[in-house]
Design a protein. Structure first.
Length: 283
C-alpha cells in the first residue's frame, strides 16, 4: 500500500487549543469530564472553561474524568486506514491513564500495520511539546518511523514543573499519595509538582508565587535546554500568573520560544484552578 500522508493524533490531555490543533492539523480524541449530572467532552474552551474552574473553586461538587473507549479510537483509525494514511498517536502517560491501552486495543481491532502508538509518559504541556515536535518533523517531510524514533529519544528528556494551589484534587483522585506535609494554600505556601517517570511527583513547597517561580527558574537553570524546541507555559484559570512567569524567566535571561497553553478539564480536575506550569526539553 502506498501511504498517502502521515497523520498526527493525540488526546485531549494534550490541552492544545482547538484553533492550534486545526492549524497544525492534529486530530484530538477527547476524554470526558462529568460535573454533577452533566458530562462534557474535554477540550471545551472560553466561557465553559471559566465556569468549570469557578465550580471547582466553589468546591460543592468534584468533577470526575473518564478515558475514551477503544471504539472512539477505532473510528479514527479505521477512517485513516481507508484513506491509506499512516497514523502516529501520541498519548497521555500509560502510568496515569488507561487511555493509551484503549488506543492499543483499537489498533489491534483495526488490524492495520501503519498505526504507531507512542506512550509520551507526559501530559498537558509536556505532551504538547512532543506533539508539536512531531508536527514540525511531519511538515519537514519526515516519515512516520523517523518521527516515532525521534519522539522516543526525546520523551525522557521532557521536563515539566508546576505550582499548584492545593494537592487536594491530586490526592483525592489518587494521583499522588499524601505521605508528608503539603501546603494547603494558607500562609501563602505553594506546592511544587513535577511530572516524572509518567506520574505526578510532589517536589516541595515554596512561599508565595515569587518563591515558586524562583524554584521553576532554578529547575530550568540546572538543565541544558534544547532551544530548538518550544518551551510551553500553561495555566489553569491563572493567565496573569503565566504571563508573569514568562516575564520573570526572560528577566533571568531565558529567552526561549515560549508558547502559551491552558490546562483543560481532565488535567484541571486533578491539578486544580490556579496552577501555572512549564515544560521544556533537555539537550
Amino acid at each position: 500500500m502506498n501511504i498517502i500522508r502521515t497523520v498526527i493524533v493525540t488526546d485531549s490531555t494534550c490541552d492544545m487549543r482547538k484553533e492550534v490543533s486545526l492549524m497544525l492539523d492534529v486530530e484530538v480524541v477527547p476524554l470526558t469530564v462529568t460535573f454533577g449530572n452533566t458530562t462534557y467532552n474535554d477540550g471545551f474552551g472560553g466561557i465553559m472553561k471559566k465556569l468549570f474552574y469557578a465550580r471547582m473553586r466553589a468546591g460543592t461538587i468534584s468533577p470526575i474524568t473518564s478515558q475514551p473507549s477503544p471504539e472512539k479510537f477505532l473510528s479514527v483509525f479505521n477512517r485513516h486506514k481507508e484513506l491509506g494514511d499512516e497514523v502516529i498517536y501520541i498519548g497521555i502517560s500509560s502510568r496515569s491513564s488507561g487511555t493509551l491501552q484503549a488506543a492499543r486495543i483499537a489498533r489491534n481491532m483495526c488490524d492495520y500495520e501503519h498505526i504507531h502508538i507512542v506512550d509520551s509518559y507526559n501530559l498537558s504541556q509536556g505532551l504538547e511539546v512532543l506533539v508539536r515536535t512531531a508536527c514540525r518533523m511531519r511538515d519537514h517531510g519526515k516519515k512516520a518511523v523517523e518521527i516515532v524514533e525521534k519522539l522516543n529519544v526525546l520523551i525522557p528528556k521532557v521536563k515539566s514543573i508546576s505550582v499548584v494551589q492545593s494537592l487536594n484534587s491530586l490526592v483525592r483522585g489518587g494521583r499522588v499519595q499524601q505521605t508528608g506535609p503539603f501546603a494547603d494554600g494558607r500562609l501563602g505556601m505553594k506546592n511544587m509538582i513535577a511530572f516524572m517517570n509518567g506520574v505526578f511527583t510532589p517536589v516541595g513547597t515554596e512561599r508565595g508565587m515569587r518563591g515558586a517561580f524562583e524554584r521553576i527558574y532554578r529547575t530550568m537553570a540546572a538543565k541544558e535546554i534544547n532551544d530548538e524546541l518550544p518551551v510551553i507555559l500553561t495555566h489553569a484559570d491563572s493567565k496573569e500568573h503565566m504571563y508573569w512567569l514568562e516575564k520573570f524567566l526572560r528577566s533571568k535571561g531565558m529567552n526561549f520560544e515560549y508558547i502559551h497553553s491552558e490546562i483543560g478539564g481532565v488535567i484541571g480536575t486533578h491539578m486544580g484552578p490556579g496552577t501555572v506550569g512549564v515544560a521544556f526539553v533537555e539537550k
